[in-house]
Design a protein around this ligand. Structure first.
Ligand SMILES: [Fe+2]
Ligand SMILES: [Fe+2]
Length: 273
């Protein structure tokens, strides 16, 4: 099965580039299942129901989030009627929405997706390791589901790598989001789980993490805010990770980064086309 995961859509530049690129990527490469992190898609902060719909219409099967999930107040209300939108699974019990769900892929396969948030250098939630363990307990890979994708939304690469090894051999892909910078450590771990510390954002890389660079630079220099952060609007690079899984086991047989458009060097996965 062919999976694609795209990192955080940042502002109009990132979300337009992803929405424009997705239909072609899916069609030309016969992708079976697509997950997109949308936590920064509404002017950099959260995701509206309309944007969620636009990203799903473009071909995303699931939209994950992270610490920015509630930045648009409407999300607290609409998330319960939008099963394709996930929030981190390790929020306290009773939080609206869901952090794990099972979906049908284009090829008829069943795919479980878990969104979880790290605790190191972040606002701490419940234990992400125990939360993921519980989330996948009912859907063993290769038996109940054909693929399991984990979006590990976290700051620290150590915590992301630990999650990768914790789940190695039990899920198809552990991919990091949140840092908005793609890492070069994509690999198949010894047990067969594809791993990448961060997928990178879909956004304008002539920026600070997708935001117009002037204000972030000023804040480092003067330590006083002078204006709001606004998303950079130059041409975005669509960044993500592609995985090919074994249809029998659900484990990864190939993993490669994807980068299209904008300022970063383009890469198309070697096992596509
Ligand atoms: Fe983000
Ligand atoms: Fe984040």
């Amino acid at each position: 099965m062919k999976l694609l995961f795209l990192g955080d859509l940042v502002g109009r530049a990132g979300r337009s580039a992803a929405i424009e690129a997705l239909p072609g990527l899916i069609e030309e490469n016969g992708l079976d299942f697509v997950v997109v992190n949308g936590e920064n898609s509404a002017s950099g902060f959260g995701i509206t129901e309309q944007i969620l719909q636009d990203v799903v219409d473009a071909g995303a099967d699931v939209v994950t989030t992270g610490n920015h999930v509630w930045d648009q107040r409407e999300t607290l209300v609409y998330i319960d009627r939008q099963p394709r939108l996930l929030r981190p699974v390790n929020f306290p019990a009773g939080t609206p929405g869901r952090g794990v769900n099972i979906y049908s892929a284009r090829n008829g396969a069943q795919v479980a997706v878990v969104n979880v948030m790290g605790r190191v250098y972040m606002d701490p939630l419940d234990d992400p390791f125990a939360a993921v363990e519980r989330a996948i307990a009912d859907c063993p890979l290769g038996h109940v589901v054909d693929a399991i994708i984990i979006d590990m939304h976290a700051e620290a690469t150590s915590e992301k790598q630990a999650m990768g090894h914790f789940l190695d051999g039990r899920v198809s892909l552990v991919v990091g989001t949140h840092t908005h910078v793609p890492t070069a450590d994509h690999q198949i771990l010894p047990g067969g789980t594809a791993y990448m510390s961060d997928a990178g954002m879909c956004g304008d890389y002539d920026s600070v993490l997708g935001m117009e660079k002037e204000e972030p630079v000023q804040r480092f220099l003067r330590k006083v805010p002078s204006s709001r952060f606004t998303p950079a609007l130059g041409e975005a690079t669509v960044c993500g990770v592609a995985v090919e899984t074994d249809d029998r086991t659900g484990l990864a047989v190939a993993v490669a980064p994807l980068r299209v458009g904008g300022r970063l060097e383009p890469v198309i996965p070697h096992f596509w086309r």
